[in-house]
Ligand binder design. Structure first.
Ligand SMILES: NC(=O)c1ccc[n+]([C@@H]2O[C@H](COP(=O)([O-])OP(=O)(O)OC[C@H]3O[C@@H](n4cnc5c(N)ncnc54)[C@H](O)[C@@H]3O)[C@@H](O)[C@H]2O)c1
Length: 374
């Protein structure tokens, strides 16, 4: 693991998710830019001292020197965005597979470079777009792809958060500080931090690519160097229109990503606030609610396979993440079998598309909210 030191947010979630199914074991780490802190985290996690490294370069070097079978098989990247490319590139070139948190890189140019390295190395690469791990998101996708909604006409995807409604970065809060610093996060603020999740979810559930965007990005909190509020019109390849909102100044909101897809014969809606329920709507106004669970009535095989407990026993964020780990573990185990065998829902293509979206939205807004082709 690169990143995820003491006090970090998502690293600990990754570690819990990785352990959940007993398929992945943390064997080494470079958890901080500070060698002492990195080693302290490694000790707290009871890693062998020699595999708790001073920095990520030392980790890649040290692991490369270990015999196959003992060395780490893949590297997880949970650092601020600007480090995603250098760590992924060095890891792939050294022969490791890479599981990275989003956004793929800090910029579109970097994402192109990453894609080239992934293809050259032939190694596995996947992104942890958490929401793709939820059973009912997969159920929604399967129903859309099976044509149950008819022609998709309207997609509404929203990601409201309120934690950056004030100048939190000026208090020294770590997660806010790097996310609002373009040298650490890249040029995108909310559009890159949470907009990519919403974009990725919309493409995943509809099974369609977004071909053009028209964006209105704002830095609402005075002095902030990146956007903290974004509204983006989307045009899908199949003709559907979409609206994406990614705001970190939505006062009082937690983390309520939601998506609604309206077709010519039916519609569906899913919300992260109630992740174990999928709402189905029909033309005559009838509604049906599907629930998650290994034994849930009406669920397809994919959604059921992503559940660990029967109906009525709620699963959540860590389990969704664990589903991504299980998929990636299968991809690593199947290596070097070809792309047709891949289980991870977001690979390098999704990574590149996410960064095209961030770049397109920023360009669109800067040019006066014009349509930009992706
Ligand atoms: N998938 C999700 O739902 C989700 C949620 C939150 C964050 N993220 C992503 O995860 C990444 C980390 O976000 P976070 O909120 O955990 O940030 P964080 O600031 O809480 O943690 C970042 C960690 O990286 C470490 N780090 C910094 N420089 C390093 C270096 N040179 N070498 C090794 N470690 C270094 C820091 O010490 C810290 O431990 C970001 O890219 C973010 O976009 C994804």
């Amino acid at each position: 693991m690169a990143g995820g030191g003491d006090g970090a947010f998502i690293g600990a979630i990754h570690r819990a998710a990785a352990r959940l199914d007993g398929e992945v074991e943390l064997v080494c780490g470079a958890f901080s830019a500070d060698a002492g802190r990195s080693r302290a985290t490694g000790a707290a996690l009871r890693l062998a001292p020699e595999r708790s490294y001073d920095n990520w370069r030392a980790m890649l070097g040290g692991e490369s020197r270990l015999p196959a079978g003992e060395r780490a098989e893949f590297i997880v990247i949970v650092t601020p965005n600007v480090l995603h490319l250098p760590i992924a590139e060095a890891a792939l070139r050294a022969g490791f597979h890479v599981l990275s948190d989003k956004p793929a890189t800090a910029s579109l140019a970097e994402a192109r470079q990453l894609a080239a390295v992934v293809h050259e190395s032939g190694r596995r690469y996947a992104l942890t777009h958490t929401y793709l791990g939820y059973p009912l998101v997969n159920e929604a996708r399967e129903r859309v792809l099976a044509g149950e909604l008819g022609t998709i006409r309207r997609v509404i995807v929203q990601y409201p958060q309120g934690w950056l409604a004030g100048p939190l970065e000026s208090t020294g809060q770590k997660q806010a500080a790097w996310r609002t610093d373009p040298t650490q996060a890249g040029p995108g603020g909310s559009i890159a931090d949470i907009g990519v999740h919403a974009f990725n979810l919309a493409e995943f559930v509809t099974g369609q690519t977004v071909v053009a965007v028209c964006a209105d990005l704002a830095s609402v909190v005075p002095g902030r160097a990146v956007d903290d509020d974004a509204a983006v019109f989307l045009r899908f390849a199949g003709g559907a229109r979409g609206l994406l909102i990614a705001s970190q100044v939505a006062t009082g909101e937690g983390n309520d990503l939601s998506i609604a897809i309206y077709g010519s014969t039916a519609a569906l809606a899913w919300s992260h606030a109630t992740p174990n329920t999928l709402r189905l709507m029909s033309l005559d106004g009838r509604e049906q609610y599907l629930r998650a669970g290994t034994d849930a009535a009406g669920l397809g095989a994919t959604a059921r396979s992503l559940c660990r407990t029967p109906v009525g026993h709620p699963e959540g964020f860590i389990e969704a993440f664990a589903n991504l780990y299980r998929a990636f573990a299968a991809d690593v185990r199947a290596f070097p079998a070809g792309p047709a065998t891949l289980k991870s829902p977001a690979g390098i293509d999704a990574a590149l598309r996410g960064m095209r979206f961030v770049d397109g939205a920023i360009r669109s807004s800067a040019a006066g909210q014009i349509w930009v082709n992706l």
